[in-house]
Design a protein around this ligand. Structure first.
Ligand SMILES: NC(=[NH2+])NCCC[C@H](N)C(=O)O
Length: 682
């Protein structure tokens, strides 16, 4: 028998490597260090690790054989307990996650040396059902890993070994190995029937997940400046991310990091004092804050004495002077009221915690960073490097005149959010242009011991610029920034035109028409934004977004209303779904198209889980569109209500109508997350 010492050494080396790999994997999951796959050291370690695991498996087998000859019970592999389904059946199950568990365990059983390798599971396109409903594609990459460790096995053999070791699951009907080594997984119909039944009784519920405290920093416009289309994107995307995370049960803090601090307030206050000398007793009727900003900027640039006064006002304001604070507040109020009108129209909820909130904390964070020796003098400024190697662009923590910067407020904010607000996950919904700034912030915070990647996660939900139909930056005809309220007004007008074109005013009451108009207008603006991969630029086009065909809000809103009207027009009462189910109505999913629709609906938890990882909402839009197209196939092929020649209802297929109701319920939840407001008539 091999010596115990060398075996122990091999084992502890293996543990060290496993620990290293685990941290790397954790990092990758958080989206960091994605480049490490190319890292030579990593590849070497990974191969080494597989080899060691392989040796360990052989050693274990040898020990077991030895023990067996001594008559002792061999315990080489832990017996896998079939993944249990949640007891609280209200929860919807993420089928992909369940299959990942199931196949990860099967891989560990079949190849103990590869234990811990996560199975790769992907859903199969619903139109290619002969390849199963889901596919496990791990065999190909496992073959490569084994080969590197000196074991030659074909992917097909590996796939067969895995299949042999898959535990029984109520979700899985059958598995088969196909092609080069794909494992096709077919869902069990009984399971789907039960899951749809639960959905109808208990409503659409989120899949289980670990609850977290998440802070979403979104919208975040700047006081006294125009809230532009970039902020609109942040507002729309941020609101949907919050709704999704709240639906999953997380504790979400919705924060508006308003740009309400900085040297520009000096000139604004000085100008306010001149223009409205009575501002202390009477709210100044500023009206057009943009014009006011321009006027004060002009004076600031041209008039030295004014400039001096402006600087003095900043000092007074930051020192807490009562009159300056009052003036500042009056200016902020004008902007805040404008912003709030936009938020109300778009149904967006935000808690304003602007940059000014951090004034005292900025003083503190500077002291803290200095105490850790992280600040460097640079031409009168105090800078900090996010990287120990002093590469990249440093953060300016204190300016040469002693003032603070955007970097300082973000350092104070990240500290407040993690240490005082106890957030575990920070999401910044900010345009792609600020990527370096944000990376710098969390790296610097990590260096300073504020951000700990082992327990915290930070994501920059970046997005591309908005373009006009001419492919250039979105602007008004005269080349100015588009005012958001004007944009929303135009949306309303265009939506109404569209409804009138379809002569909806002839069938809808004025109230219904107004509800439909708002639903279409705001819905299409939000949906056009969310349905594109946010990392790309996107072209703002009312004509495109108001089309009633293709993946648009208008198409979805119409489809939803039609689906809802089926149960309403069947002549029976479908208000109590549980009662209908209890009275013996069966959903049997017997028709191929019923089965296809049910499988599509049951992908909902998968979609949510995926988005909670990559925060890409266009997946949810694509899912809505898929539901609607699969639904039309079902509706074209399966009678829900049969009528005779004179239009009387002769037969109601209740089971199918229940399937329509399940479809409507899933769509409604998706719409809520996407901020679409369905109307009963359109
Ligand atoms: N924590 C942050 N830096 N949030 C984003 C702020 C966005 C900034 N006010 C802008 O308009 O560009």
């Amino acid at each position: 028998m091999s010596s115990i010492e060398s075996e122990t050494a091999a084992l502890s080396e293996m543990e060290r490597l496993t620990a290293h790999l685990r941290t790397e994997i954790e990092k990758t999951k958080r989206g960091e260090g994605l480049e490490f796959e190319e890292d030579e050291e990593y590849v070497k370690l990974q191969t080494e690790n597989t080899k060691l695991k392989h040796r360990l498996a052989i050693l274990n087998k040898a020990i077991a054989a030895e023990k067996n000859t001594l008559g002792a019970a061999a315990e080489v592999t832990t017996k896998y307990q079939p993944a249990e389904l949640p007891v609280a059946v209200n929860e919807m199950i993420s089928i992909t996650e369940h299959l990942v568990d199931l196949f990860t365990n099967a891989i560990a059983l079949a190849f103990p040396e590869l234990a811990g390798t996560q199975a790769i599971i992907s859903p199969v396109n619903a139109n290619a059902a002969k390849f199963g409903d889901y596919q496990c594609n791990s065999a190909m990459s496992l073959a490569k890993t084994l080969k590197a460790a000196g074991v030659n096995k074909s992917p097909r053999d590996i796939a067969n070994e895995i299949v042999k070791n898959v535990a029984q699951s109520p979700l899985v009907g059958k598995t088969e190995v196909a092609g080069a080594g794909f494992i096709n997984v077919f869902l069990q119909k009984d399971y789907a029937v039960r899951a749809i039944d639960t959905l109808l009784r208990k409503g659409v519920n989120p899949p289980a997940c670990r609850k977290q405290r998440i802070l979403v920093d979104f919208s975040s416009p700047n006081i006294a400046k125009q809230m532009h289309v970039g902020h609109l994107r942040s507002t729309i995307i941020g609101e949907s991310i919050c709704r999704l995370l709240e639906f999953l049960g997380h504790d979400v803090l919705r924060v508006n990091h308003l740009g309400d601090w900085g040297t520009q307030f000096g000139m604004l206050i000085a100008h306010l004092e001149d223009r409205f000398p009575n501002f202390l007793n009477e709210s100044p009727p500023i009206g057009d804050l943009q014009a006011f900003y321009k006027e004060s900027k002009k004076r600031f640039d041209e008039d030295e004495a004014f400039k001096k006064r402006a600087y003095n006002c900043v000092v007074l304001l930051q020192g807490g002077d009562a009159n300056s604070t009052k003036a500042w507040n009056q200016i902020c109020d004008v902007s805040r009221q404008e912003f709030q009108k936009i938020y109300d129209r778009l149904d967006v909820t935000l808690e304003p915690i602007g940059e000014s909130f951090y004034q005292s904390r900025m003083i503190e964070v500077v002291k803290y960073l200095a105490s850790k020796n992280l600040l460097e003098e640079d031409d009168g400024r105090k800078i900090m490097w996010a990287d120990e190697s002093s590469s990249g662009i440093p953060l300016t923590i204190v300016k040469s005149d002693g003032g603070f910067t955007y970097d300082t407020s973000d350092m104070a904010a990240i500290r407040y959010r993690l240490e005082e607000q106890k957030a575990e996950w920070l999401i910044y919904v900010v345009d792609s242009g600020q990527s370096t700034h944000l990376q710098n912030i969390y790296r610097a915070a990590e260096r300073a011991g504020i951000f700990n990647p082992k327990i915290h996660r930070a994501d920059h939900v970046n997005f591309g610029v908005v373009l006009g139909e001419d492919g250039k930056k979105f602007k008004t005809r005269s080349g100015e920034t588009v005012k958001l309220s004007d944009l929303l007004d135009e949306g309303l007008k265009r939506a109404l035109d569209k409804l009138l074109e379809k002569e909806r005013d002839k069938v809808l009451t004025p109230e219904e028409l107004k509800a439909a108009q708002e639903s279409v207008a705001y819905g299409c603006i939000k949906y056009a934004d969310l349905s594109h991969n946010r990392t790309n630029e996107y072209v703002f086009s009312f004509d495109k977004m108001l089309e009633d065909r293709g993946n648009t809000a208008v198409y979805l809103l119409y489809a939803f209303t039609r689906i809802c009207s089926i149960s309403r027009n069947c002549g029976e009462d479908f208000s109590d779904l549980a009662k209908i189910l209890d009275s013996g109505t069966a959903i049997d999913l017997a028709h191929e198209k019923e089965w296809k629709l049910a499988k599509t609906l049951l992908k909902f938890p998968d979609v949510l889980v995926k988005i909670s990882k990559d925060l890409l909402l266009h997946t949810l839009c694509e899912f809505c569109y898929e539901i609607c197209t699969v639904f039309s196939e079902f509706y074209d092929n399966c009678y829900c209500i049969e009528k005779n020649k004179s239009g009387e209802i002769v037969k109601v297929n209740r089971g199918r109508i229940l399937l329509c109701e399940a479809t409507a319920a899933v769509l409604k939840q998706c719409f809520y997350i996407l901020g679409l407001k369905p109307v009963s008539k359109i």
